[in-house]
Design a protein around this ligand. Structure first.
Ligand SMILES: [Zn+2]
Length: 259
């Protein structure tokens, strides 16, 4: 019997999804997921590199699963109305995946009505670019006050509402590591309860097996060194001078992760 493929590779992603399917999990959209059910929300925050997400999307579609891909509307790293991003939107739609808004609340006034208006405006722009109606929002590097925020935003569900973040289990691959433990080892999965699984395509699609610095070096090689300051704004600890990730925590930690 061959060894299981490494995490943070394409084969590892496929194997993880297959293992969840074998445990009876079904992929659901946020609106259709029940905390006590074996429901799997496959969430991807597209922080850095939209053109590579098709690799994940095709693996999911091949297994009959649908996911939600969250895009920033005002990223210094990509534009939602660029031809290459529009091609990504078209492929996601063709494979049955959802497009959601990845929203940087810190870029807007910390006042509820103003934040709501800014999110609504970003949703409209993303809808125009993607051709999909946006029904879900995920916060980019959320402040603690937004984790567990009960209210919707801009009339949409968001990924840190208590239903999705407390009633359901939540697991993320921050900077190419399972800092809150491996998904298959979680009590929720052992008990067949719902899981919101956040993965960032950049850590998986080039088979870097958790070497986050190598993954970011690929992005810089593809797009140019001028992107380094913007990567530093997006990836906590990234040092533009050396390409290293400083202060990266390798072991598991407790409590919410801000990503
Ligand atoms: Zn983000």
């Amino acid at each position: 019997m061959s060894a299981a493929p490494a995490d943070f590779t394409r084969a590892g992603y496929r194997a993880l999804l297959q293992a969840l399917l074998e445990r009876g999990y079904e992929a659901r959209r946020f609106r259709d997921a029940g905390p006590e059910r074996p429901h799997l929300i496959l969430r991807h925050d597209v922080d850095l590199w939209p053109e590579i997400v098709g690799e994940m999307a095709r693996i999911e579609a091949d297994l009959g699963l649908t996911a939600v891909y969250f895009f920033l509307t005002d990223s210094p790293l990509y534009a939602i109305d660029a031809p290459e991003t529009r091609a990504v939107f078209e492929e996601l739609a063709a494979l049955g995946h959802e497009v959601g808004l990845h929203f940087d609340a810190a870029a807007h006034p910390d006042e509820a009505a103003a934040l709501d208006r800014a999110a609504a405006d970003a949703c409209r722009r993303l809808e125009a670019a993607s051709g999909q109606s946006v029904e879900t929002v995920s916060f980019h590097r959320p402040a603690r006050a937004l984790l567990g925020r009960a209210e919707p935003i801009a009339g949409r569900l968001h990924a840190y509402q208590p239903r999705f973040f407390e009633d359901m289990d939540y697991c993320s691959d921050s900077r190419g590591a399972w800092r809150r433990g491996h998904p298959l080892a979680r009590r929720s999965v052992r008990e067949g309860r719902a899981l919101q699984l956040l993965t960032h395509p950049i850590w998986w699609v080039h088979d870097d097996a958790g070497d986050a610095e190598a993954a970011l070096a690929r992005l810089i090689a593809a797009k140019g060194a001028a992107l380094k300051p913007a990567v530093a704004e997006t990836v906590t600890g990234y040092d533009p001078a050396t390409g290293r990730i400083l202060g990266r925590i390798q072991g598991p930690i407790q409590g919410p992760i801000q990503d």
